[in-house]
Write a protein that binds this ligand. Structure first.
Ligand code: BEZ
Length: 211
């Protein structure tokens, strides 16, 4: 299945390193970050999982839960977790799904149909509290992801879900944002009392409204 932005994220029940998880129940009203890695006991994956463990508090601050997945089983994940801690100094502190039957991987299209092998690639799905897919990325096995970028994108998704704004290139929390082109100048004066700077009629910057 090829999930697109705006699609409903499929629900599932799976075995994880933290027991059986019913995905929607586990998510509750939180945002969710579901990310796949190709294989346990591999170098890039080890660094990625350690990094997500380090950043778990940052995701939690944003009301987001993280959950990983690969086509290895839970016993393998549990054995590997000690290596992750040894190698990165970060203890695995979020659930890892054991998906040896590839049920979740197939639901989310984490195994490309034309790939040479049947390993999950490095997919990320950001899921909103409404269970819709808000963002996806896919990297090949050889390229580790930047999870600081996922946090940055989550900040943007959460801001733009509440205000009629978009975030410009390389934006970070606290920087000026762009007023949506659907908002007239008249309406912008009302909506953005801190004022705005029109660089072009369609490019108007305003201070981040929720700060
Ligand atoms: C890695 O994590 O280093 C890796 C995993 C699968 C294929 C290639 C690299």
């Amino acid at each position: 299945m090829n999930l697109q932005l705006g699609d409903t994220a499929p629900d599932f029940t799976a075995e994880t390193t933290e027991g059986t998880i019913h995905f929607y129940d586990w998510l509750g009203d939180s945002w969710g970050i579901l990310f796949s890695h190709p294989k346990d006991f591999t170098p890039v994956c080890t660094t990625e999982l350690g990094e997500v463990a380090r950043l778990k508090g940052e995701f939690a601050k944003r009301g987001a839960k993280v959950i990983g997945i690969s086509v290895d089983d839970v016993n393998s994940h549990n054995s590997w977790s000690q290596d992750i801690e040894d190698a990165t100094g970060n203890k695995l502190n979020f659930p890892l799904i054991g998906d040896e039957e590839r049920k979740v991987a197939d639901l989310y299209g984490m195994i490309p149909p034309n790939a040479e092998n049947t390993l999950t690639v490095r997919s990320v799905f950001v899921i909103g509290p409404d269970k819709k897919v808000k963002l996806t990325i896919t990297y090949p096995a050889s390229t580790g992801r930047n999870f600081e970028e996922i946090l940055r994108a989550l900040d943007s998704l959460q801001l733009t879900a509440s205000y009629s704004v978009a975030t410009p290139v390389n934006w970070h929390e606290g920087e000026d944002v762009i007023i949506a082109t659907s908002v007239s100048d008249e309406a912008a004066k009302e909506k953005f009392p801190k004022g705005f700077n029109s660089v072009k009629s369609y490019l108007r910057y305003t201070p981040q409204p929720n700060r």
